[in-house]
Ligand binder design. Sequence first.
Ligand code: PGA
Length: 250
Amino acid sequence: MRKKIVAGNWKMNTLPAEGVELAKSVVAGRGEVCSCVNFIVCPPFTHISEVVKALEGSDIAVGAQDCATEAKGAYTGEVAAQMIAALGCKYVILGHSERRQYYGETSETLNKKMAQAYANGLTPIYCVGENLDEREAGEHFNVVKAQIEEVVYNLTEEQFANLVIAYEPVWAIGTGKTATAEQAQEIHAYIRKVLADKFGAAAEECAILYGGSCKPSNAAEIFAKEDVDGGLIGGAALKAEDFLAIGKGF
Ligand code: PGA
């Protein structure tokens, strides 16, 4: 059985005290959602520690939104996977389209970040997805295939068994436009096929999340699709009520 996952990507939002409040509100309402749903929250680095404390005793996991390409040393401003793991994170989002677009992340950087994540026991949530021009040109399948081949294909079988993929069409992120459930299923099934071409039956066990304007009103329809195993949630993860309601979409 594949894991059902609802992960909140807080991006560069909330001050520490607000993040702690948000985390506590998620804990308070967690009991209303099926225990079969695995919740993850990914706060900014600055309040990971306090959020981990606020979640103590709950089954909600914490992830970071990025990690450095190197293990440690003279890399001003960077945050190492080892540091993130030491704070209590279990996950790290890698290759988010905002990082690819605004910070020039390439497959080359992402291969290094993935290696750091695994070396420190973190599960990567590896993001793939096409932009609007690519979708309109019918290139979306090729784009996600390349993003997978150039990075995920370098993993060992053991590493692959500990990977989450997030499909996030760039045109749907923060825009209010959501892929239809059919569009999501079509490309999720394709992603699973690309994974199976390399990893065989293990691809059946890999959770593939949908991201991009996922909200309480559309989550159930999208999550009902066979190859959609949950969501990576941006805006709607900043309100505990909405984040939990998305979890009820299963
Ligand atoms: P959104 O962001 O839900 O605000 O569209 C999703 C994401 O970028 O992870």
